[in-house]
Design a protein around this ligand. Structure first.
Ligand code: NDP
Length: 595
């Protein structure tokens, strides 16, 4: 750091000391088993994966279907793609979804307090087309799921949809120029195109704490909330917990949302913390309906773009969203009037985190608890959190923060959890421990995919993804993936999904209209994109190498897949531009079409 003394004088922050502290906190949390510390909800833990929102007795006969496009996944990614296809007149769409309705992440995540952490006016898609008015600035999960259903109704996507059905295997036939998909219900779907929109956070994980299976009381993952046990609803009032001692493990975005309602209802809540979250001001408020209705056509896209520009460090004349997500960039960029340098950005992040720590001091009364709740890592090492009622719960007498000093819970016993040799007796354990993310597409999606000549996608991507624009891969014709791997992503993922769904729908429609039987990237285009992704991932990797472990950096490990399974380092705006350019060129150049 240059000019250390003067920097400290000007801002009051000792950047060197903070950097040292960040590095120490990181080292405390590094573990040799990295991502292997977690386990999937399968095998002996398959019971954790049961869908509490659907009848377990649902039975139906297997079906045989012919489709132009098979869309796997009924969350926003799949819905948007299908809606864009419908807008272009594509009729033969079959959607396959594991849940009993549309919604994806908003179908599964019904835990108390669940809300969108991005402003709903830019997150909830197709607002203009569906006429949906979010009731609040940061909408509740149930409301968002309702809007998913509305999209499905508006674009006639319930027709032919197969719910409570898991697509398992995809096999390409060069002779038929079609995919054959089979499902866990014995269905056979023959499709010209397949879109795998299986979600970013669709594969919940449990910590590999010894003894998990031995706990005698109820325990569940937040994405499979057991309201039969807790009572109440996503709005809280969990009457079943009034006489219960509850343990929650995890303080990520989910943990900070579900802790306040549990704290209000439980006899006692023990929150087991490994790394404190950054928790900034939320500032939720009801939608000003008059303002909302006065917006001009095209407003939502303009607002989305404005947010992505700001959060990419590109100052604009106005900050339309102007919330805790954009303020980090706003102050610095407006002052400078130009794009921030990496060093300015880092300093801005450190200053922001200092304000987050000061906020803990201002709210939490017990000094020791306040110290334990202060995050010491770069702001973007983890997904930033926002809440106006999380830190406040630590002033309640029925809430105890069990800080594990970066080590995590040691053991699950039949009666509770063990930290630092002390056993905490619990009636219930709730795992807010997140999702398998960007480690392996085939594992996360559960799909076994055989492309041309029986080539397996799992094998092709065994050391990381090889794609064009993160969506297509050679030797797997007419196959598309919606993901942020090798794709430029906004903090508002729905902006990315919007751009990708338009691209896919344009390309599929182009093939259908022009009777082009197959499309896949040329080898050169794929190699060039992968090379670009690797070259542009250097800064991101260097940043995350300094970060405290999380799913963003493979828990501090650095496998080769990290370079390849990263978002496109050129940023979302360059990425969206590249997709637009392809559409404009009518896909000439990077793709190979078969007649
Ligand atoms: P995360 O992966 O962010 O958090 C998991 C938590 O579990 C961490 O606090 C982790 O600690 C903790 N943990 C794991 N193992 C142990 C252990 N052995 N002992 C103690 N603690 C442990 O998962 P989330 O579900 O919170 O969030 C996942 C993503 O989902 C978010 O990043 C966000 O993108 C998305 N999300 C979005 C929301 C929205 O509003 N749009 C709302 C909720 C989630 P550690 O930090 O030390 O690893």
């Amino acid at each position: 750091m240059t000019g250390e003394g003067s920097e400290k004088d000007r801002t009051g922050l000792d950047y060197e000391a903070l950097s040292r502290r960040y590095a120490e906190e990181r080292t405390k949390r590094l573990r040799p088993d990295a991502v292997r510390q977690y386990q999937a909800l399968e095998g002996e833990f398959a019971g954790f994966d049961a869908d509490p929102n659907a009848s377990q007795n649902f039975r139906r006969d297997p079906v045989e279907r012919e489709a132009d496009v098979l869309v796997i996944g009924g969350g926003y990614g799949g819905l948007l793609t299908a809606a864009q296809l419908r807008k272009r007149g594509v009729d033969g769409i079959v959607m396959v979804e594991k849940g009993s309705d549309f919604g994806g992440t908003w179908y599964w995540n019904r835990y108390p307090g669940v809300r969108c952490d991005v402003e709903s006016y830019i997150y909830v898609p197709l607002l203009e087309e569906t006429g949906f008015v979010p009731s609040e600035r940061y909408a509740k999960g149930a409301e968002i799921q309702q809007q998913c259903r509305l999209i499905a109704e508006k674009f006639d996507l319930y027709r032919g949809a197969l719910f409570q059905t898991i697509a398992q295997r995809l096999t390409w036939s060069d002779a038929d120029r079609r995919w054959l998909a089979t499902t866990d219900r014995g269905d056979r779907i023959s499709a010209r195109f397949v879109v795998a929109a299986t979600g970013l956070y669709s594969s919940p994980k449990l910590p590999g704490i010894p003894g998990i299976e031995a706990f005698e009381g109820p325990s569940f993952h937040t994405s499979r909330w057991d309201y039969d046990f807790t009572g109440g609803s996503a709005d809280g009032d969990l009457a079943g917990l009034h006489d219960k001692t509850v343990g929650i493990i995890g303080t990520g975005s989910t943990g900070i949302q579900c802790v306040p309602p549990v704290a209000r209802s439980a006899k006692h809540l023990y929150l087991f913390q490994r790394t404190p979250a950054s928790v900034d001001v939320r500032g939720n408020r009801p939608t000003d309906v008059e303002w909302f209705r006065s917006q001009q056509p095209g407003w939502q896209h303009e607002r989305m773009l404005n947010f992505t520009q700001w959060t990419s460090g590109l100052p604009q004349a106005v900050d339309m969203v102007a919330d805790s997500m954009t303020d980090l960039f706003r102050e610095k960029s407006l002052a400078a009037g130009v794009e921030m340098s990496p060093e300015e950005r880092e300093r801005a992040e450190i200053a922001k985190m200092e304000r987050v720590r000061q906020r803990v001091d201002a709210i939490v009364k017990d000094r020791q608890t306040a110290e334990a709740l202060k995050p010491y890592f770069h702001y973007f090492c983890k997904r930033p959190g926002f809440s106006d009622n999380y830190l406040q719960v630590f002033n309640r007498s029925n809430v105890t923060l069990v800080d594990t000093a970066g080590k995590g819970v040691e053991e699950v016993t039949p009666k509770g959890l063990v930290v630092a040799g002390r056993e905490y007796d619990l009636d219930c354990i709730i795992y807010a421990t997140g999702f398998d993310f960007m480690t392996s597409f085939t594992r996360e999606s559960g799909l076994s995919i055989e492309g041309r000549g029986g080539r397996s996608l799992e094998e092709k991507w065994s050391n990381g993804a090889h794609t064009l624009y993160g969506m297509q891969t050679r030797d797997f014709p007419n196959f598309f993936v919606l993901s942020i791997v090798q794709a430029g992503t906004s903090i508002n993922y729905l902006h990315t999904a919007d751009a990708q769904s338009r691209y896919m729908a344009e390309l599929i429609d182009h093939c259908l209209r022009n009777e082009l039987a197959t499309v896949e990237p040329t080898q050169e285009a794929e190699d060039e994109w992968v090379e670009q992704c690797v070259a542009l991932s250097a800064d991101r990797l260097a940043f995350f190498e300094k970060c405290t472990p999380s799913y963003f950096n493979f828990e501090g490990a650095r496998p080769r897949a990290f370079e390849l399974n990263s978002p496109y380092g050129g940023g979302p705006l360059a990425y969206f531009g590249a997709l637009e350019e392809e559409i404009h060129r009518r896909f000439a150049g990077s793709l190979e079409f078969g007649g």
